[in-house]
Design a protein around this ligand. Sequence first.
Ligand code: NG6
Ligand code: CA
Length: 498
Amino acid sequence: MQTHRLFLAFISILLAQIVLAQEKPNVILIYTDDLGYGDLSCYGATKIKTPHVDNLASQGIKFTNGHSTSATCTPSRYALMTGVYPWRSGAAILPGDAALIVPTDRLTLPKVFKNAGYKTAIIGKWHLGIGTEVQKDWNGELKPGPNETGFDYSFIFPATADRVPTVFVENHRVVGLDPDDPIAVDYNKKIGNEPTGKENPELLKMKASPGQGHDNTIVNGIGRIGFMTGGKTARWTDEEVSTTFLTRALQYIEDNRKQPFFLYFTMTEPHVPRMPATMFKGKSGLGFRGDAILQMDWTVGEIMKKLQTLGLDQNTMVILSSDNGPVLNDGYQDGAVTMLNGHDPAAGLRGGKYSTLEAGTRVPFIISWPKKIKPQTSNALVSQMDFLASFASLLNVPCTIKQDGENMMNAFLGKTKTGRSVYVQQGASLAVVKQGWKFIPPNGGPAINKLVNIELGNAPEAQLYNLNNDPQEKNNLAKKYPEKVKELAALLEKIKQD
Ligand code: NG6
Ligand code: CA
């Protein structure tokens, strides 16, 4: 009798676990690099068509006020991983040889999934540093890195596509490295005797933009930021970077189809250097930037197709967003400006990458989960920094860390259109948003970043915008509402001190 009862108890626990496991969605977070609010046809683009992403949006929620924390990459990625505003620790764009800036002893977004029994992986761009030192041996074990901050599996490139070393790192090792041709990297001085963009511009297949660097070591006919030597067999071919990541992602999905997984798929498109696969070159008519967006869209389609083939499409949550707003000329003469053809990557918003104005952080933000989410558009103010707290809540993972992220799961699931009431945006400076009112404190920085031709949002006078009816930030209401200015200035100071 006793054994019988024990057996029944055992079976019911087992059943409960199976039910829970089935309930847990797989989560694929597709994170694009420098994709603007207006770069997708589902967000109003007319000069470029992105049918696969549009399809994702039409079966899920399209957020019209979804944000990265910052108008550049490393800070946004730091916040996504930690749930903390990146400016608290001064996270800024990292060189390719930087040490890891994500603490290894803290709860991170992937660790939330791990604690809920998920398998976790990052495939794509990392840009949060590797190892404990800048000086490191790229030929040995590279750690701590993604694997020490919560990913069971990692297949990454260390920084950006325009920074050396131009290699893939799988878990702790550079892929395809010949021990007889060791890699060395330096960001201060030239090492080795390979040509640089500065000394041998005639060797380039894509010219660098004057005054924007990108004229150090030439790899695959493209001048990079930083110097490297050796590692010839390990160097990537830019035209294959995207399909290399895709192939790994498809394999990962297939290998992990039987248990819940979290895949952080961090694409390089449309960051510079834009050098898409041959099948996309010239396809958009907007130059390589447009072609890179088509490549990104196609890649999203391939992932969706894989989910369908494996029968995972209903219970997989697919999120697509971008780490910061758009930029055209970010270092190379690639036709992004000359072939723009009337395309508006910011969809009428002011600013772009690097800017405190809306186009800096208001980015495409789509969440699809056919089993649970009804198709809709949401104007809830949400941030990628909220993923950590939100998934901890969805998956019942204890989460007691001090953080700036908030549990927005109800907004992410389309159960409410109420999002955050307060948010700090980081561009050239910090701005605070409260219930639609946005305040940018006066500051002495340049109004425009002339190299990239983007308005930065700096002004010597206070700026106050009502985003509810003026998301284009056309009317500065600071003089009209001095009390609001005072209130928001004090609020920003308070949040900074929290
Ligand atoms: C800037 C680079 C730009 C790009 C950016 C990082 C110059 C002049 N410009 O400093 O080309 O690499 O850093 O982009 O060096 S991000 O999306 O990773 O933040
Ligand atoms: Ca970026």
